[in-house]
Design a protein around this ligand. Structure first.
Ligand code: AHG
Ligand code: MN
Ligand code: MN
Length: 335
């Protein structure tokens, strides 16, 4: 039973028995993500001070050179999951290849792999706008105890056992699903605990916000152009409002709460769009579906796409169910 004043720690313990394969391993994994997120949050919050704090010689207290925040976030998440012996493999936007983690302890061989976008919306850092972290969790398909292989990562989104994001916004939140709905926890920075602030999150079936980089309009396929015109038409509850932050996590989060659609379509410049299937689109698609929303590449369900490459891109349309279905209708009609 979830309670509003429940901490994330309490929530994880109380819900552990409802996981399909319960061994505590997934709970430990979520725990390590919430810990790394706190460290990254601290760093994100003082991003504007880096030049001032670094003025003494551009090194931090550990004597390390100041780093770009996405590299820092990448290291923190990987370190936390590696040091605590939590997963057997990690793939990250910031790493060309996946990382295999060999457990030294034979009694403690992990079965989960994590795929992560350590800092999403990184271009927003310099201008003090919300950024995020996205993660996706699978059970490995190769035998436990052996080094992980590429096929452990190239799994369809429908195989995900957990997915979520952290949003470093006006407040910091961790929002995740283990396949039993979506719950959102807000960090109380004074205490360092996350509290269940948004239980059982759901996309409204209809929305009035559309989020797309309209600067690329001229390069979009006809179906998307037609749908954008439809959003702007004066009829019924339209024209819709246009809102685009430029960090998927923030745009998704707002649309889930208020009702809306996010689109990063293919264009004449980028035949598969920009977003990455494995650590951006699939986790967001899992969250969307768990919250009554929908995620599509314009024609197919995102989570049923067979991945072929770690860093593969895919056109992405995601949000309130009826809005995504309408956009798909425009895509079909423009074929
Ligand atoms: P990242 O910072 O991890 O590279 O991701 C940025 C992504 C996504 O978060 C955002 O919605 C999109 O890129 C913005 O792209 P445009 O600037 O092309 O609109
Ligand atoms: Mn990203
Ligand atoms: Mn990123």
């Amino acid at each position: 039973m979830s309670r509003r004043n429940q901490t994330l720690g309490e929530f994880i313990i109380e819900n552990q028995s409802s996981f399909k394969y319960t061994s505590g391993e997934l709970s430990r994994l979520i725990n390590s993500i919430r810990l790394a997120a706190k460290v990254v949050n601290h760093e994100v919050n003082k991003a504007g001070l880096v030049d001032i704090l670094g003025a003494a010689g551009d090194t931090n207290v550990q004597g390390e050179d100041q780093q770009k925040l996405d590299v820092y976030a990448n290291e923190k998440f990987i370190q936390t999951m590696t040091n605590r012996n939590i997963v057997c493999g990690i793939a990250s936007e910031e790493e060309d290849d996946f990382i295999s983690i060999n457990s030294q302890d034979e009694n403690h061989q992990n079965k989960y792999v994590v795929l992560i976008d350590p800092l999403d919306g990184s271009s927003n850092i310099d201008v003090n706008v919300s950024v995020g972290t996205i993660f996706s969790v699978y059970r490995r398909v190769t035998p436990v105890g052996t080094p992980v292989k590429i096929e452990d990562f190239l799994q369809k989104g429908i195989n995900q056992v957990a997915a979520g994001y952290i949003i470093y916004g006006t407040s910091t939140m961790l929002v995740y699903t283990t396949g039993d709905g979506v719950n959102g926890f807000t960090l109380n920075p004074a205490i360092g605990s996350y509290y269940l602030s948004h239980p059982n999150m759901k996309f409204p079936e209809n929305g009035q916000i559309y989020s797309v980089n309209e600067g690329n309009y001229i390069h979009f396929p006809k179906g998307i152009k037609d749908y954008i015109k439809y959003c702007q038409m004066e009829e019924g509850d339209r024209p819709y409002t246009s809102r685009y932050i430029g960090s998927l996590v923030s745009d998704f989060h707002r649309n889930m709460i208020k009702g809306g659609i996010y689109m990063y379509p293919k264009s004449s410049k980028a035949s598969n769009g920009k977003l990455r299937l494995l650590y951006e689109c699939n986790p967001m698609a899992f969250l969307a579906e768990q919250a009554n929303g929908k995620a599509s590449d314009g024609f197919n369900r995102i989570m049923e796409i067979e991945p072929t490459e770690l860093h593969q891109r895919v056109p992405f349309i995601c949000g309130s169910k009826n809005m995504v279905e309408k956009a798909e209708e425009f895509m079909r009609n423009a074929e």
